[in-house]
Design a protein around this ligand. Structure first.
Ligand SMILES: [Zn+2]
Length: 369
């Protein structure tokens, strides 16, 4: 009997982001190229899960469409109407760097709804945890606009769902994507019942977002922790931060459900990120989080796919994460480990430790139940 559910859908790969120049729109000064947030990384992860034999050992969870009422728990009616209008036509930008293609409204609702379906399966007790390989991603989306390739804030909608529909009181979101998880920070900054922690590359995207000084406001003071890692942070920094910031904060907070915003753009091979995580890094972060979920909340953990743009490497980072969630080690090894695992700077560096020390001090002031 497997303990891990898995959500995917062919439509997730049909959300068409068109042409761009890196993350920016192309134009007469920058030649059009493939958009980095293309289906390729996610489709290749799905492919590796199949050839490794792991996919067949996971419990398939069928996604559903999120309803407009569910999306309106966070997003504005005007924003939904704008995305729908673009999606009914030839597409356009939903805000800032967020391409919408024909049909993307439907697919974005299926992305958010896939996450909700996975939560239902976990809370029904048929599985303990799950990975939602959803697309488009969500952790940059704001109430009234898309940002950074993200259409709807899947993790924010999920928190509302867990509270309003399932009656949970305390939910934690931990985010290892290389970019700041600004959706959840903004949505719950003054809420002491939602712990939000983001590890990300210092001051990258969104610009001027994710500083260590943003630590919650009002009643939510202490319930938001940012760990803005210096560029170049590798395995040692990620594991140290998870061990000394994320896990103690979770233990102090006492969540009933843990959400992981899982982007693999902190990897050593990512074209957009400048950190150096390996598949072993994600395996260790995931293992620590699964163990915390088992200790604190009956194993209830749901990982949502966010960024990650290396077509070659995202599949191995994802496989390692799914192996940690399921407790099943396949015989498929990461062929890149001999290159990335021993790179200079993978050990925790003094300037990284200094930052993590400061974040660890914040973990001691997370609001308790
Ligand atoms: Zn990202």
């Amino acid at each position: 009997m497997t303990r891990t559910g898995f959500v995917s859908h062919e439509y997730y790969f049909w959300h068409h982001t068109g042409a761009s120049a890196g993350p920016l729109p192309y134009g007469l000064a920058i030649q059009p190229d493939a958009h980095p947030e293309s289906p390729a990384t996610k489709r290749r992860l799905l492919g590796l899960l199949e050839v490794s034999g792991l996919l067949g050992q996971l419990q398939r969870v069928e996604p559903r469409l999120a309803t407009e009422a569910e999306l309106l728990w966070f997003h504005t009616p005007d924003y939904l109407a704008r995305v729908e209008a673009l999606s009914n036509g030839v597409g356009g930008d939903a805000g800032e760097l967020t391409p919408i293609g024909t049909g993307s409204y439907h697919i974005a609702k299926l992305s958010a709804g896939g996450v909700l379906a996975a939560a239902d399966a976990i809370l029904s007790g048929s599985i303990r945890n799950a990975y939602a390989l959803v697309r488009p991603p969500g952790h940059h989306a704001e109430a009234d606009r898309g940002r950074g390739f993200c259409v709807f804030a899947n993790n924010v909608v999920l928190v509302h769902y867990l509270k309003r529909v399932h009656g949970l009181k305390r939910v934690a979101i931990v985010d290892w994507d290389v970019h700041h998880g600004n959706s959840q920070e903004g949505a719950f900054l003054d809420d002491p019942t939602v712990l939000t922690i983001s590890l990300h590359q210092d001051n990258y995207y969104p610009p001027m977002s994710g500083g260590i000084d943003v630590n919650g406001t009002g009643a939510g003071k202490g319930a938001n922790i940012n760990v803005p890692l210096p560029p170049g942070s590798g395995h040692g920094a990620y594991v140290d931060a998870w061990l000394r910031v994320v896990i103690p904060a979770l233990e102090r907070f006492g969540p009933e459900f843990i959400i992981v915003s899982s982007g693999f753009d902190g990897s050593a091979m990512d074209p957009l990120g400048r950190n150096m995580a390996t598949s072993e890094t994600y395996r260790q972060l995931a293992t620590m989080t699964v163990d915390a979920a088992e200790r604190l909340c009956g194993g209830r953990l749901l990982a949502l796919h966010e960024g990650g743009y290396s077509t070659a490497y995202v599949p191995f980072c994802g496989l390692a994460t799914l192996e940690a969630l399921s407790g099943i080690k396949t015989s498929t090894d990461d062929p890149f480990m001999p290159i990335f695992g021993g790179m200079g700077g993978q050990d925790l560096q003094p300037h990284q430790k200094q930052l993590i020390d400061a974040a660890a001090a914040l973990a001691a002031h997370v609001p308790t139940a």
